[in-house]
Design a binder for this molecule. Sequence first.
Ligand SMILES: [Zn+2]
Length: 152
Amino acid sequence: MPKIQRMPAAECLECGNPRPLMGSCAHCGSTDSPRPLTDTLTLNLESGGPTAEEALERLTQHVRAASEAGIRALIVIHGYGSSGSGGKIKWVVRDALENNYFSDRVDEYYFGEDLAFGSSSYQTVVKRRSSLKPHLSQFKIGNAGMTVLLMH
Ligand SMILES: [Zn+2]
């Protein structure tokens, strides 16, 4: 299971209890979109060691759920694209983005290696989504293991 499903990323609009962004409320069973407790989520596609295809499916589900819940930015951790089956995840994710797979829900995307602290892409991103600043300001030379999605 992806990391964000284990943390109370949102609260239920029906009963007010914390619940994950995806799936139903454990307290009342509501399947309506919950209210997010943050506007920025981190999704680790590497956790659990999925295949590239499974990781893409996981991303697709989370993009949809995040969009429906009103999340403004998604930080996708996909690794550095090294050899081995896990190394394919980065390329599958970037392929999907470049082929406009998520264009109905994703406004813009930025590759982590282009988001070095203080760079022009960094400036643009934190201007548009200030909540990303604490997540990105630590990367002096960028981070090729992630991609940042700005949601519509
Ligand atoms: Zn509930």
